[in-house]
Design a protein around this ligand. Structure first.
Ligand SMILES: Cc1ncc(COP(=O)(O)O)c(C=O)c1O
Length: 484
């Protein structure tokens, strides 16, 4: 492209300008990624002032590129949780493998449309392959299918919506949904979005391992049937956010089968541990679910914005999500070999998310992902063994996957005092900035503790977290225990 054209159409950079844009950004990106281990695990002080100072009017004029990059990398990005760094052991860590960023650059630059098969048959097939691989990972049959979402919340939403359409009449308000006390709050939100008022959602108590109590579930279903409600959906957990708890999935599938209920499993965090032998045995029964949420931006270390919903029978998604044919769209596929994602999901126009997963899988094969997940299971087990050797530390939830929950105990302290002590302990650990841990409230399953006990969680899931960082975490816990 000549200079005159580039000048007349600034939204169309020349090939040289494209190189310059990417090369200059790359210089910052590589320096940033290189420095991740030395960056604070979280650095949000001054965040409110920063955010206020950044309000601005719609820019009428452009700014030099280097200034924009400098601002992003020196001002905006550093004031944040270091979610992509090795010390991020908080919440459920994401990832951010670089190959996915390259895939996004490609897919955004070519900007093809994969929502409708006819618009990009080959690319739609690549995304369909990714979905098929996910179905294979959990052990689903050939009838299975699914689609990629922006995350677990939207996957849970489409699952509940599909279950509603499959199991309830249009007038569905007598339908009841069964979750556990430990189910992620996105499930309740998804149910609300799917039209279910809070009083139709049951939170069944859990046992000492934070798994749904099956007798309580069965009793609740019977009570609801007797009072004229229509139980239609159980949402099981394959790795809770609080402690990584895995419900007895085979038992849930038995209940669902006996009662003719839809079984959805929220495996947003835990599902990809099916790649490992330990995960497979702990998640036994997962493939019996009617639908499963899996989050590649958790268990496959992808950047935020990549979730998925898979179902045993793809036709259920089609019945729930397909609309009448629109005259302005290309015709949809009748051949079962080809998929129009817009017919089985809520979205029409969207990014080509499939490439973000397809490219790294093709480049590396699945083995490095499997090994990284094995490593996370090892890290959680090892951290637990180390915590056990520390005076006054009590393990509240053994790792069922890669989360361990613990607290500091002191003789004579009641629950409110212990909660305060552990909140101070958490602050003291995090103040060292080598790791970021988070706390949560857990009901004591053996005593009735009002409001719950405050516990500290270590969640190892970032692909950059290795033994050395967990060692630092343990050192900081020891030092913080002495301090408080
Ligand atoms: C078990 C579980 N389910 C669902 C979600 C929601 O997923 P997302 O944040 O991708 O919407 C999370 C998020 O951490 C989760 O841990």
């Amino acid at each position: 492209m000549d200079d005159a054209v580039a000048h007349a159409f600034p939204l169309e950079p020349s090939p040289e300008d494209m190189h310059r844009l990417v090369d200059q950004a790359m210089a910052y990106i590589t320096a940033h990624i290189d420095s991740l281990p030395n960056q604070p695990a979280a650095n949000t002080e001054g965040g409110a002032e920063l955010a206020r100072s950044l309000r601005e009017d719609l820019p009428e004029q452009g700014q030099p590129y280097h200034k924009i990059l400098e601002f992003l990398f020196q001002t905006a990005i550093p004031t944040s949780f270091n979610c992509a760094g090795p010390g991020y052991l908080a919440y459920v860590p994401g990832g951010g493998i670089f190959h996915a960023a390259v895939a996004d650059l490609i897919s955004n630059a070519v900007n093809r449309y994969v929502g409708v098969w006819a618009a990009a048959p080959g690319l739609a097939q690549l995304e369909a392959n990714v979905v098929r691989w996910f179905c294979d990972i959990v052990g689903y049959p050939q009838s299975a299918g699914g689609f990629l979402t922006t995350g677990g919340s939207l996957a849970n939403f489409s699952a509940i919506f599909t279950a509603r359409r499959e199991r309830l009449p249009d007038n569905f308000l007598s339908g009841t949904i069964y979750t556990s006390e430990q189910t992620h709050h996105s499930v309740q939100k998804a149910a609300l979005l799917a039209g279910f008022p809070p009083h139709t959602i049951r939170a069944v108590p859990t046992d000492v391992h934070y798994r749904i109590r099956l007798t309580a579930l069965q009793q609740q279903i019977e009570t609801d049937r007797h009072s004229g409600q229509k139980p239609f959906l159980i949402v099981g957990n394959a790795g809770t956010t609080n402690t990584g708890a895995i419900d007895d999935l085979n038992a849930l599938a038995d209940v669902a089968q006996r009662e003719s209920l839809w079984l959805h499993i929220d495996a947003a965090y835990g599902g990809f541990f099916m790649l490992t032998e330990r995960g497979k045995s702990r998640l036994a029964g997962l493939q019996r679910a009617d639908s499963i949420t899996l989050d590649p931006h958790k268990g496959l270390f992808l950047p935020f914005g990549t979730g998925s919903l898979i179902v045993r029978d793809q036709d259920t998604l089609r019945r729930a999500h397909s609309g009448d044919a629109a005259a302005y769209l290309p015709s949809m596929q009748d051949d079962p070999d080809f998929i129009d994602f817009c017919q089985i999901s809520p979205e029409l126009s969207r990014d080509f998310r499939g490439l973000r997963i397809w490219l790294p899988f093709k480049l590396h094969g699945i083995e490095p992902f499997r090994q990284a997940l094995e490593e996370k299971l090892d890290l959680a087990e090892w951290a637990t063994a180390q915590l056990r050797t520390m005076t006054d530390i009590e393990i509240i939830a053994e790792p069922q996957l890669s989360i361990v929950a613990f607290r500091l105990k002191r003789p004579g302290f009641d629950t409110p005092a212990l909660n305060q002590l552990n909140q101070r302990l958490l602050n003291a650990i995090n103040s060292r900035k080598r790791v970021l841990l988070t706390g949560t409230l857990l009901g004591d399953q053996t005593e009735d503790v009002v409001g719950g006990q405050f516990v500290i969680r270590i969640c190892a899931l970032c692909f950059r977290t290795h033994y050395d960082r967990v060692e630092m975490c343990l050192e900081d816990i020891r030092a913080a225990c002495r301090e408080v």
